[in-house]
Write a protein that binds this ligand. Structure first.
Ligand SMILES: [Mn+2]
Length: 317
């Protein structure tokens, strides 16, 4: 990565006065940790900023600094700089109309590790080999000689751990491990992160995972594992976050090219999560063919419909 992009982005931030920092809908640990890390950088610079996410956030991430400042509304769209973090596409901000029709004096910086879909930012920092957006932000901190405090270190490590399934996914590189180790030295609290992001499953969510696992089947022709969760399988108290790691866990299944988890959402749509641990399989191609997107090893899509059981198996109607 060309470090001049990092220094350019930092100078742009320093000359801006009213900054919007935004991440994707249904945010995960990396999305929120990136947002909070940027908030900490802006706080150190004494900048006026708004942290925005379309969806409300579960309290489990309350340990991240600045998370209590997160809003799902804003007063006026008169920002002079918009920083988009961890969004595979501009649509995932749910502010795409505002961002795409921005005034000439409104600049957009995009920092992301998803494969490129369509350019829209004035300055794009993209590294699809990075394990997390916070990994890219680590290089941003280094390139700009920003002192990494405990809070920043915690954010970088949270993004890395949640986006690699605690170093299990193939996106984990030697650099990822080195950065994580450096963050521990800088004061990141590993036990606190693990308690809140991993050892946080309720009995209701464990039983829901159990239902999905009990139904797991393998398609012998494609060597593909798949399972479904109907909306009645998921009790209301089970949060989106508690179901988050399930597809990653299912990808531990041996001798398959990948897995698919189909889950009915309360709003009448079906969410498909695709995972693979095979180095030569790019699962995002399948996700894109189904109208979704994502990474080579972890991708997904959403379709309208319901899941029905037939004698031949599960069917989307
Ligand atoms: Mn991410």
């Amino acid at each position: 990565m060309d470090t001049s992009l990092y220094t350019k982005a930092y100078s742009q931030i320093k000359t801006s006065n009213n900054i919007l920092v935004v991440t994707h809908e249904q945010p995960d640990g990396d999305a929120l940790a990136s947002l909070c890390l940027m908030a900490e950088i802006l706080t150190q610079l004494n900048k006026k900023y708004t942290l925005y996410c379309y969806d409300r956030v579960n309290h489990q991430y309350g340990f991240l600094p600045h998370l209590n400042e997160l809003k799902n509304s804003y007063e006026n769209f008169d920002f002079d700089l918009i920083i988009v973090l961890d969004c595979g596409s501009v649509e995932r901000t749910k502010l795409d109309k505002e961002i795409l029709s921005r005034r000439p004096n409104q600049l957009v910086i995009e920092i992301d590790h998803h494969p490129k879909i369509k350019g829209y930012a004035d300055l794009e920092i993209r590294d699809s080999a990075a394990a997390a957006t916070t990994e890219i932000l680590y290089y941003f901190l280094k390139a700009n000689k920003i002192k990494i405090n405990k809070d920043m270190a915690g954010c970088v490590l949270t993004g890395i751990l949640t986006d690699t399934g605690n170093f299990l996914y193939p996106s984990t590189s030697p650099e990822t491990i080195n950065i994580a180790s450096e963050m521990l030295v800088n004061g990141a609290k590993l036990p606190q992160i693990m308690e809140n992001t991993w050892r946080n499953k309720s009995i209701a969510s464990m039983k829901t995972w159990g239902k999905a696992m009990a139904r797991l089947k393998i398609n012998p022709q494609y060597k593909f594992g798949f399972t479904v969760l109907k909306s009645e399988d998921v009790p209301a108290e089970v949060t989106e976050e508690e179901l988050e790691g399930m597809s990653g866990f299912l990808s531990n299944l041996n001798d398959v090219n990948g897995i698919l988890l189909l889950r009915e959402l309360p709003d009448g749509r079906i969410k498909g999560s695709l995972r693979t641990s095979k180095p030569n399989v790019d699962i995002s191609k399948l996700a894109r063919a189904l109208g979704g997107g994502g990474h080579a090893k972890a991708a997904g899509f959403t379709v309208e419909g319901k899941i029905e059981e037939t004698d031949k198996g599960w069917k989307i109607i």
